[in-house]
Write a new protein. Sequence first.
Length: 217
Amino acid sequence: MSTARNAILNRLRQAEIKPLPVNNPDYPIWDNTDRSAMLTRLTELLQQNHAEVLRLNRGELIATLKTRIEQMGLKRIATGTGGDFHAELTEALADCAEQRPFDQSLEQWKDELFNRVDAGITGCHGAIAATGSLVLWPGPAEPRTLSLVPPCHIAILKASTLHSNLPAMMADQHWAGGMPTNLLLISGPSKTADIQQTLAYGAHGPRQLLVLILEDA
C-alpha cells in the first residue's frame, strides 16, 4: 500500500501542475472595515438567524451573565477550564447556577453533558461580519463539545476580534503559515429542514444561542 501511495505522489510531483487562475467572484465580497458598520451587520445577521445578541462593556459581563442565566432558568452550566473569561464565568456562576467544568474525558461525563447540562459557555476566537458568523477555535481549555452539545450556547466575543470577512481574518492572522486544525463557524442556533422540509431548531445541537459582545475589549 505504501509503495502504491508513493508512486501516486511521485507522479503528482513530476506533473508540474500549476494552480488555476482565480477570477473575480460573481458575487461582491462584503469588506467594509468600519467598526460600527461591522458590529451592526454582525448583530443583525445573528438576530435574523434567531440568536440573541447583547452588546455591553466587559465590566458589565458578570452582572449580565447572572441576570440572563436566571431569566433563562439555566441551572447547570458547562464551562472550560481556562480561557480569557474563565475567572469572570466562575464568579458569575457562583451565585446563580452550578458550574460543571470540562475537566475529565468526554467518555467519563458524556451522559451528564448530553442529558443534564442546560448550557455551555465559550469564548470566541473572533467573528466575521460579512456572514454574521462567530469563529471558535476549540482547544483543551474549551473543547468543541461545549458549543455543540448543550441545548443552549452562550458565546462571549471581544468586538476587537471582529473582521469584515473570512479572507481578511485569514490574512490578518497569517493562517497560510499555520492553519487551525479545529475551527467552528457559528451563525445561529442549530437548525435543520431535513424532516418534511419543516425548519426546526435544536435537532442536532443548541436550540438557543446567546451572544455577548464586549465592545471595549
